[in-house]
Design a protein. Structure first.
Lengths: 176, 141, 118
């Protein structure tokens, strides 16, 4: 079902429909993540992908326009590139471990230690939170800084200067 | 959307629950799914909903832009301060064990503070983005 | 070897290729960003799926369970999602500015306008 949604997004030309479909896609992805036991990630994906991203995309469409131009040439070259990449990746998957096996490499490294010691060491039963904030605190600090930087970048790009605002005081509209 | 009464009433009923849920996700993140990121996004979503229904100027009165800007920086500062606090008490950067007399309690406290910092920054950035996108009128073309 | 054992990789791969195709083939900048989003989510799937253990449960410690899925990919992807939305917003801000400067968000038209100016 996600695959169908993705292909439709590729084919559709009305950007409004594309945005609505990408929201649907996020919800489907969140459902899949719950099935895969990643409840924290699913909660984030539902809130971020389906909520905030949609508002932002719709805001952009409101500021620009919502119809895509007809492409001048057929997209054979990108299609070929995509096929080649897909073929290489399919070849690559043959070397990967099978789905759901408890003895694959990824489960042998640090994860068992987190699961066994995490609660005793941090007093937090949700291991995802414990790893996020404590064991990998540096990662999270850097990541918060990335968000901070992105926020500053957007402020620089989109904020009107003061003189600009006094020029056109009437065109500020209510949010929509 | 100002004239329609149903969305307005429903929104008024909903927003307290959304805010409540954000706080629940924030502080229950230790025991169930949730944490700073999710809480920040939910918090921002509540204010965005308010802005969509009641208009941007009203939302700006509830959450003035200077406050939002301050939030963006404040969250990172809280995170960094927790790290430095661990350093000042004689441990490595971002080691929370020394924040309290008991190592486990210190870890718990550190995680709570750090999550609060993340939540504040995420909510601030999301709100700021929304304000900037919505505050920009369509270009007369 | 059961082909279903690898289905998760193939789904992620298909989504990744679709996203790549949208990014390369479509000239519209908003559409490109949506394609980039699909590309990103396929990577989430690629990370999360190997962390799942059949018969395991979500990594929240509770005396009733003993087998948990791997929490490490969850942490990595959690941060990736939030960074993803921040970069999406930055990209959209650039799109808005491009639209104000050129009056268009189509790659071809922007190129043509650039050539005219030179």
């Amino acid at each position: 079902m996600m695959a169908i949604t993705a292909v439709t997004i590729a084919r559709l030309r009305n950007l409004f429909a594309v945005v609505v479909l990408s929201t649907l896609y996020s919800f489907l992805m969140a459902t899949v993540l719950v099935v895969l036991d990643a409840v924290d990630v699913a909660l984030t994906e539902a809130a971020v992908g389906a909520g905030i991203s949609t508002v932002l995309l719709l805001g952009t469409l409101y500021l620009t326009r919502s119809e895509e131009a007809v492409p001048v040439h057929r997209a054979w070259l990108p299609f070929g590139v995509a096929l080649v990449v897909g073929g290489l990746l399919a070849f690559g998957t043959l070397g990967l471990p099978e789905f759901g096996r408890p003895d694959s490499d990824i489960h042998q490294h640090v994860a068992p230690r987190y699961l066994e010691q995490g609660k005793a060491e941090t007093g937090v039963p949700n291991i995802v939170t414990a790893v996020l904030a404590s064991y990998r605190g540096f990662d999270t600090l850097g990541e918060t800084t990335v968000i901070f930087t992105a926020g500053v970048g957007i402020i620089l790009l989109l904020r009107r200067s003061r003189s600009d605002e006094s020029d056109r005081p009437t065109d500020r509209r209510d949010g929509s | 959307m100002r004239a329609q009464i149903v969305p307005r009433v429903v929104t008024k009923l909903f927003i307290p629950f959304v805010l409540m849920f954000a706080l629940y996700v924030q502080f229950h993140g230790d025991y169930g799914p949730g944490g700073g990121f999710q809480a920040g996004v939910t918090l921002a979503a509540a204010i965005i909903l308010y802005a969509l229904i009641f208009g941007l100027p009203n939302a700006r009165r509830v959450m003035p832009p200077w406050l939002v800007e301050a939030m963006i920086a404040l969250g990172v500062l809280i995170f960094g301060a927790v790290g430095v606090a661990g350093m000042l008490r004689g441990e490595e950067f971002l080691d929370y064990s020394v924040l309290s007399a008991d190592a486990v309690a210190g870890q718990h406290l550190g995680i709570l503070l750090v999550e609060a910092g993340v939540c504040v920054t995420v909510a601030g950035v999301m709100l700021m983005i929304f304000y900037l996108f919505a505050g920009r009128g369509r270009r007369p073309s | 070897m059961n082909p279903l054992d690898y289905a998760n990789y193939w789904i992620a791969m298909f989504l990744l290729v679709t996203g790549l195709f949208i990014v390369i083939a479509r000239g519209n900048l908003v559409k490109k960003l949506v394609g980039l989003g699909i590309f990103q989510t396929s990577v989430y799937l690629l990370y999360i799926a190997p962390g799942k253990i059949l018969g395991g449960t979500a990594p929240i410690i509770d005396p009733r369970f003993s087998v948990y899925s791997n929490p490490l990919p969850h942490v990595l992807i959690l941060t990736a999602i939030v960074v993803g939305v921040a970069t999406l917003a930055l990209g959209l801000a650039l799109v808005v500015r491009i639209n104000e400067a050129y009056g268009s968000i189509e790659e071809d038209e922007v190129h043509a306008l650039d050539l005219e100016r030179d």
